[in-house]
Design a protein around this ligand. Structure first.
Ligand SMILES: O=C(O)CCC(=O)C(=O)O
Length: 251
């Protein structure tokens, strides 16, 4: 046994299932320590433990530390919009955004925040977002994933799912600001949630990727044109989850 060559002795098995159809191919990349997954009209990179426990724990603390509430114990779900705006978060200014639906303003089922280069405006769900400036923690995370993605991301949408009641509906990240074939880097901390992916033209062709404390998932190629993704409610999940989707805005 070669003690100094871990990859020679470790068999890498993808911890989730893909449809048993043609057009799927999985390969372990030993230098990136993750799986490169080819799917029809798209590609994923999946590194289950990309960020170690120390960095992942610190990230959760970094996102929530503030001058007004105990970040571990506060009942964050009970905060109304104004109360949340009044929390003096040290690093991330979280908001409870509203979108217009059938003429009515509806709160999103999660909190969010938008950071990035100052000239990179972004429109999604009818909201035009002006990013807040990068901070040390987000730049640290960005630096690690830029290396793998091979692109410098210039903005990040942060989602805070307070518990399993929070979710995001099926959608694509294909806004025109992201260019022809968007590269999306998804960083995850906190509770494990199911990230569902399904083909737009055949909703039965689908699979589910577990996004865990420290997981990094990259989506690229034509994926945003052929596949939708979403995170469903999971009522049994009691803990918070943080998802950061890094993007490159072209305009
Ligand atoms: O929380 C997630 O994993 C998905 C987030 C997402 O799809 C988005 O922000 O567009």
């Amino acid at each position: 046994m070669d003690l100094f060559n871990e990859s020679a002795t470790t068999e890498h098995k993808l911890p989730f299932e893909l449809p048993s159809k043609s057009g799927y191919e999985v390969n372990w990349d030993d230098s990136l320590k993750g799986f490169i997954i080819k799917i029809p009209n798209g590609e994923l990179f999946y590194a289950e433990h990309f960020f170690d426990k120390r960095i992942s724990d610190r990230s959760v603390e970094y996102f929530l530390e503030n001058d007004t509430n105990d970040w571990r114990k506060a009942d964050w779900r009970s905060f109304d919009k104004e109360q949340l705006d009044n929390v003096n978060f040290k690093n991330i200014q979280w908001h409870h955004d509203q979108v217009k639906m059938y003429g009515k303003a509806i709160f999103l089922p999660r909190y969010s925040a938008w950071y990035g280069d100052s000239d990179k405006l972004y429109t999604y769900s009818g909201l035009t977002l002006q990013p807040k400036s990068w901070n040390t923690g987000l730049l640290y995370i960005k630096k690690q994933i830029d290396k793998v993605a091979g692109v410098p991301f210039n903005s990040v949408l942060m989602n805070w799912y307070r518990d399993g009641e929070d979710y995001i509906n099926w959608h694509t990240d294909a806004e025109k600001e992201l260019g022809k074939n968007p590269i999306i880097g998804s960083v995850n901390f906190g509770a494990t949630r199911k990230f569902q992916i399904r083909r737009k033209d055949d909703n039965d062709e689908k699979f589910e990727v577990p996004l865990k404390h420290g997981t990094f998932l990259l989506m690229r190629g034509e994926m945003q044109h052929y596949w939708q993704h979403g995170v469903p409610k999971e009522k049994k999940v009691k803990d918070a989850r943080f998802n950061l989707t890094f993007r490159t805005i072209k305009t």
